[in-house]
Design a protein around this ligand. Structure first.
Ligand code: HSE
Length: 302
């Protein structure tokens, strides 16, 4: 049996008004080293142990099994999976999507399923319910997707994104997506929905034209989720103001939060340092776009 290395990028969903349909892959990763073993097990770093089970409750394992069943296979060859996780759990950087994508890819590699990107994406959407995180985790770049529950279509952007810096402010508190979805209204009136959708449309057009000023403006104008989630992320107004005072194009709550991201022109090392110092109470990283998405290496053992 072969050993397998799988790397999945963190993702940031919504980009403001692209609720449940837009996401981007960032330069922060989960890496799995998978070796044939006597039984299934996971080694998880101490910091993650309260949140990531190391037994068969592990989301990667559950997804690997789900994928196997999906293709009519009932047993998995046992592996030991060693996880190096740089994607913080429950902070709005797609940690559960990294696990889902890694699990699908693990099944693909162990069972020789030969899945293409669309196959992987469809299984991931079935599990996650929406494509905004899983699509860029698989494909890299910024991905705009439409998922009906059956049909899945997407457009991927990469142009110009390497010229940007994403200042990522990660609070120490967790926000569970499920709870962050409960604060959203059950319905939006027609006029409000038309306005919110116009904002998302302009965001997408501005991404296509690499008009970062308009991208930033639309991020802030979101009416789908950010106005409701501010109560869960009390730091957002101040962080957003600090971003603005330091030359951002705009900022938004990443996914369901609490991470907040400021969109900047490419920052110099000095500018990065200065910005990081602006947020002494949070963990701050200056990230770049990941355009590769999911990467896998299979090592054929002798
Ligand atoms: N679009 C999702 C949300 C991202 O904002 O709830 C988290 O899964």
């Amino acid at each position: 049996m072969n050993s397998v290395t799988i790397r999945v990028p963190a993702t940031s969903a919504n980009l403001g008004p692209g609720f449940d349909s837009i996401g981007m892959a960032l330069s922060k990763y989960v890496t799995l080293e998978c070796q044939p073993a006597e039984q299934w097990s996971f080694s998880v770093a101490e910091k993650d142990q309260p949140y990531i089970p190391s037994d068969e409750k592990n989301l990667i394992y559950k997804t690997t099994l789900f994928t196997a069943y999906h293709y009519g296979i009932e047993e998995l060859p046992p592996y030991h999976v060693s996880m190096v996780n740089d994607v913080p759990v429950a902070r709005g950087l797609g940690s559960s999507s990294t696990a889902v994508v890694a699990g699908i890819e693990l099944a693909n590699a162990l069972l020789h399923l030969e899945l293409n990107k669309q196959d992987k994406l469809k299984i991931a959407c079935k599990i996650e319910g929406h494509p905004d995180n899983v699509a860029p985790a698989i494909l890299g770049g910024v991905v705009i997707s439409s998922y009906t529950g059956e049909d899945l279509d997407y457009v991927r952007f990469t142009k110009g994104l390497k010229d940007l810096s994403f200042v990522t402010v990660i609070p120490s508190y967790h926000v569970e997506t499920e709870k962050a979805r409960l604060v959203l209204p059950d319905a939006l009136n027609y006029k409000a929905a038309v306005l919110a959708s116009g904002t998302a449309n302009v965001l997408v057009a501005a991404l296509a034209e690499q008009d970062w000023t308009v991208v930033g403006k639309m991020m802030k104008r979101d009416q789908w989720h950010q106005p409701y989630r501010r109560e869960l992320i009390p730091d957002f107004p101040l962080v957003s103001k600090t971003f603005e005072e330091n030359g951002s194009y705009g900022s938004y709550i990443s996914g369901a939060g609490p991470t907040m991201i400021g969109l900047f022109p490419k920052l110099t090392p000095d500018q990065r340092k200065a910005l990081i110092h602006q947020f002494p109470e949070h963990h701050v990283e200056v990230l770049t776009i990941d355009t590769k998405g999911l990467e896998t290496a299979v090592h054929v053992d002798q």
